[in-house]
Design a protein around this ligand. Structure first.
Ligand SMILES: Nc1ncnc2c1ncn2[C@@H]1O[C@H](COP(=O)(O)OP(=O)(O)OP(=O)(O)O)[C@@H](O)[C@H]1O
Ligand SMILES: [Mg+2]
Length: 236
């Protein structure tokens, strides 16, 4: 498989807002964790990589292809956006069947994906009656319908209790073990520490850090420590 994403000098502006300002990164197969501060450009980067937004400048390849010139490449990709938003009056089943059809998957895949995330009993209820955890599970099921080659998840652990966090991380780990690639955006990185192969930190619309996750884990841990709690500093 080619790199999952190859971005070169990627810019995305929304009027005066410069959400991406020259992102160059090659995201390999495996599990990549994208981290960074609120408003840093992570979700914008994901949307440009998916071909949801057109770049203002620069290029992006998704599985080796320009997603605008080769829209069929999007069929190999499952996506969960954050926050997950769905048509309220629709049932979970109607929504997942719609996603399955657009991806060329078959309706049996809907039950499978719903069972994977424990929402099979809620499938025939309207989404506006779901709890926030169930909405998150529905958005995860949407990303896994039809077992795509690459799964993009924006904040997969938001709104989940701690048991659910362990469960979802376990599912991602199992699927990674079956050769699927993941691009995850998360503010909570520790649960993915052992699964992550590659890491990218996006801040102020630029790549602040990138590389093998194991080699950057120390720097990432330091970024999440409140100022003044650096042990090396304190011992001086
Ligand atoms: N469609 C849009 N129109 C206008 N501005 C946008 C749009 N999408 C994103 N932005 C702006 O671009 C910047 C980057 O936003 P983005 O959502 O990519 O950040 P993020 O890193 O995902 O943040 P968070 O951690 O809060 O989700 C922000 O200033 C945001 O307000
Ligand atoms: Mg975001």
């Amino acid at each position: 498989m080619s790199a999952v994403i190859e971005a070169r000098d990627l810019h995305k502006y929304f009027g005066p807002i410069r959400a991406l300002q020259g992102v160059t990164v090659e995201i390999p197969e495996g599990l990549t964790l994208i981290l960074g501060p609120n408003g840093g450009g992570k979700s914008t980067f994901m949307k440009v990589a998916l071909g949801l937004y057109k770049p203002t400048k620069g290029t992006v390849r998704l599985l080796g292809k320009d997603p605008w010139r080769h829209p069929e490449v999007r069929k190999s990709i499952g996506v969960a956006f954050d926050p997950g938003r769905f048509p309220k009056l629709t049932t979970g089943r109607e929504w997942l069947e719609f996603i399955a059809r657009t991806r060329g998957a078959n309706p049996d895949d809907v039950e499978k994906a719903a069972r994977l995330f424990g929402i099979e009993d809620a499938l025939d209820r309207r989404i506006d009656g779901y709890s926030s955890g169930m909405v998150k599970r529905l958005s995860l099921a949407q990303a896994f319908v039809g077992e795509p080659e690459v799964v993009f998840l924006d904040e997969p652990l938001a709104n989940l209790d701690f048991e659910s966090v362990a469960e979802i991380v376990g599912i991602i780990g199992k699927w990674k073990g079956r050769g699927r690639s993941f691009v995850l955006i998360s503010h909570i990185w520790e649960p993915f520490e052992r699964l992550a192969d590659y890491g990218v930190v996006i801040s102020g619309g630029k790549v602040y850090l990138k590389g093998e996750f194991g080699e950057m884990a120390g720097e990432i841990a330091a970024m999440f420590r409140p100022p003044g709690t650096d042990t090396a500093q304190n011992s001086k």
